[in-house]
Design a protein around this ligand. Structure first.
Ligand SMILES: [Zn+2]
Length: 444
């Protein structure tokens, strides 16, 4: 029986439906689960002092393209809108190998872990030079974050009016065959699962209607979740109106892409009827505020979505459109953008943290993470209250407001993935060296 006692937290922001535990409480972790919360708990296991930390549930990242971690700040994509940005990057991604995917995944997940993330989804939709979803899954299991990889796809290349080059698209029958293969090989629906696979055609502008429809049928047959991009910016909506004769929400609904087993990234341009559709059907949204700013896509109607009851989580989005992957920064940016749009009372730091934790867990279909309570999985982020960002705070728990950026400790399924601000599971300096070598090769 493995036990860890987290002793004497300065504050616990549990995000539970019950009042927070008293300041100074302990959390006892046993076999990956929160076994007890309260004063003066005892253990024969390891003890981690938390008297200089605020504890929150581990943050949940609902949208990412981890492979892009090796294409941050590419000059040709620095100032382009979505479609131009993609066209600048596709030729670089076409040169990726399984090694690029592995290193990029580990680097991206290490960065997320340091920013308090314990569960991350990933959307991999191109498979050049023998790359497979398996490369990301093996990489993530070494890092130790809870992982929701999605098997993406692109099937409409430039020659058929799509956006990606023909060399990066796949035929639809092998796409569906590989979806079945990865679900059968890796998807674990059990409570506490460290790997749940989803199916994720890249976007309405890179796959056919038939592949959208068939993927939805397959996902429901297999009992896995569906993910894609939707209504990201004005170009995206214009493409939908031009090609499909309807808005993105209608397109999604017609093809089986609404429901509580579906979540869409961005949704910056959802109108009132589409928000009502998402609320009525329980369709989730991955809100990616930094990426939306970076690509000039607009301010998503987050307040309206939350008020309507749409499940919403946060996503850092790929590291080529952010170009950082700090999930607490996303919580801060989400809060600030709603204030720009709606006034200073539009979103509290508490509400932003809630979206980053419970909101994300709901979007990914998890009821075992996202809040701190006895019986929940032990996914915990410990934020310092004695570093330079926190110094002077009158409310140490207002983390997104004061600009917390890095955890001191991070636990996933009770395992300590970050200790004293350093990732424990991989040799990060060595990983960074490998990444730099691969990037030099891509530049050559
Ligand atoms: Zn994306």
């Amino acid at each position: 029986m493995a036990e860890t006692l987290i002793r004497g937290a300065a504050r616990i922001r549990a995000m539970d439906d019950t009042p927070d535990p008293a300041d100074g409480s302990d959390i006892l972790i046993r076999d990956g689960i929160i076994a007890a919360i309260g004063p003066s708990l005892e253990t024969r296991g390891e003890i981690v002092d938390a008297d200089r930390c605020v504890i929150t549930p581990g943050l949940v990242n609902t949208h990412h393209h981890l492979y892009q971690t090796l294409t941050r700040a590419v000059p040709a994509g620095q100032d382009a809108l979505l479609f131009g940005w993609l066209k600048a990057l596709y030729p670089i991604w076409a040169r990726f190998t399984p090694d690029h995917i592995h290193v990029a995944t580990q680097l991206g997940l290490a960065e997320l872990a340091l920013s308090g993330c314990t569960t991350s989804s990933d959307h991999l939709y191109l498979f050049p030079n023998g790359a497979r979803l398996d490369d990301t899954i093996h990489a993530a299991s070494e890092i130790g974050l809870r992982f929701h990889p999605t098997r993406g796809s692109m099937s409409i290349g430039e020659s058929e009016g799509g956006l990606p080059p023909d060399a990066l698209v796949e035929c639809e029958a092998p796409i569906l065959d590989d979806c079945i293969r990865v679900v059968d090989a890796f998807h674990d629906p059990a409570p506490g699962s460290m790997c749940r696979v989803g199916l994720a055609p890249c976007s309405p502008f890179s796959v056919s209607r038939e592949l959208m429809r068939d993927t939805a049928i397959l996902a429901r047959d297999k009992g896995v979740r569906l993910h894609s991009h939707l209504a990201e910016n004005d170009e995206d909506v214009a493409y939908s109106l031009d090609r499909f004769g309807c808005r993105p929400g209608q397109y999604a609904e017609d093809l089986g892409w609404t429901g509580d087993d579906v979540w869409h990234a961005h949704c910056v341009k959802l109108d009132a009827a589409e928000i009502a559709l998402f609320a009525r059907t329980g369709t989730g949204v991955a809100h990616c505020p930094c990426s939306n700013c970076r690509l000039g896509s607009g301010i998503a109607p987050l307040r309206d979505m939350l008020d309507a009851g749409v499940p919403v989580g946060l996503g850092v989005d790929g590291s080529a459109s952010n170009d950082a992957a700090n999930l607490m920064d996303e919580a801060r940016q989400a809060m600030l953008l709603q204030r720009v749009a709606r006034g200073a009372d539009a979103m509290s730091p508490e509400a932003a943290l809630r979206v980053a934790t419970r909101g994300g867990a709901r979007v990914l279909g998890r009821d075992d993470v996202g809040r701190i309570a006895v019986g929940m999985r032990a996914d915990l982020a410990l934020w310092p209250v004695d570093d330079v960002e926190a110094a002077g705070s009158w409310d140490v728990a207002a983390l997104p407001l004061a600009g917390a950026r890095r955890v001191r400790h991070l636990f996933v399924e009770g395992r300590q993935v970050v200790r004293d601000g350093a990732v424990t599971t991989v040799d990060l300096p060595h990983l960074i060296e490998r990444a730099e070598g691969l990037v030099r090769g891509l530049m050559a």
